[in-house]
Write a protein that binds this ligand. Structure first.
Ligand code: HEM
Ligand code: HEM
Length: 186
């Protein structure tokens, strides 16, 4: 058997365990952040830094650290072979993934800028101290807070809807191995 085919035949068609762990941990944290963001007190000038908001900042900035790690891991590790798909579909999937990574970086950054403008300290997972992104009281920080709770909020939800819709389409309609690559056994 030629060397390339032999390698392909041997490599399991699933993402490696670290990629899978990072993917599902991201899903958990993003869901938690949307829920906490929706139930925490709405934030205006002078809102005190209560427990729910502290948890939102800690998990969200932890998520940012995790996404950076995930992108580094992804750039140094190949995705497993996919089932044969039309080139247009492959490009669309690739584009959605890049947009998801971008939104997962921008969303926490905008929230962090808003927290800094309000003078709130930010610690990744409540432990890793992070510097203020903008000086306290800076207008751009408040504007980015509006983008965080507005445009980016909806863009990320839209991308997730397309992504999850595609995963379910592959599993339920096409019945191919796309979902099983991220969720072995499915
Ligand atoms: C993907 C990660 C995140 C998600 C999904 C998320 C989601 C949300 C949601 C749903 C809200 C409430 C929006 C509303 O008013 O209806 C919110 C507000 C807020 N979040 Fe996040 N958040 C994330 C990360 C972060 C991070 C990392 C920080 C700061 C370190 C942060 C700081 C804030 C602040 C300060 C607000 C109030 C926004 C304002 O009006 O200025 N968030 N977030
Ligand atoms: C917060 C929600 C989610 C986010 C932010 C997210 C993000 C991502 C990203 C960025 C990738 C690209 C991985 C790479 O670089 O190769 C990916 C892959 C994947 N995700 Fe998600 N995901 C989410 C939820 C889900 C859910 C709920 C499912 C299953 C129903 C799912 C199934 C998959 C599958 C099957 C792949 C591999 C696709 C492929 O390689 O073609 N994801 N996800």
């Amino acid at each position: 058997m030629p060397a390339v085919l032999e390698t392909q035949a041997k490599s399991p068609a699933v993402y490696d365990p670290i990629s899978r762990a990072l993917h599902w941990l991201t899903v958990l944290l993003v869901a938690a952040e949307y829920i906490i963001g929706s139930v925490m007190p709405s934030i205006h000038r002078g809102t005190p830094l209560g427990t729910m908001i502290k948890i939102h900042l800690a998990l969200g900035s932890g998520l940012l650290l995790l996404i950076v790690l995930r992108i580094v891991w992804r750039l140094t590790h190949r995705a497993p072979p996919a089932p044969p798909l039309p080139v247009r579909q492959q490009r669309l999937a690739g584009l959605t993934h890049v947009a998801l990574y971008l939104a997962l970086i921008l969303m926490p950054l905008a929230g962090w800028a808003s927290a800094s403008a309000r003078g709130w300290p930010v610690r990744g997972f409540g432990v890793v101290p992070l510097p203020a992104l903008v000086p306290e009281g800076k207008r751009i920080g408040f504007l980015l807070g509006d983008v965080h709770a507005g445009a980016l909020y909806w863009i990320l939800i839209g991308l997730i809807a397309v992504h999850v819709g595609a995963a379910l389409y592959h599993r339920l309609v096409k019945r191919d191995t796309v979902l099983g690559r991220m969720l072995p056994g499915w």
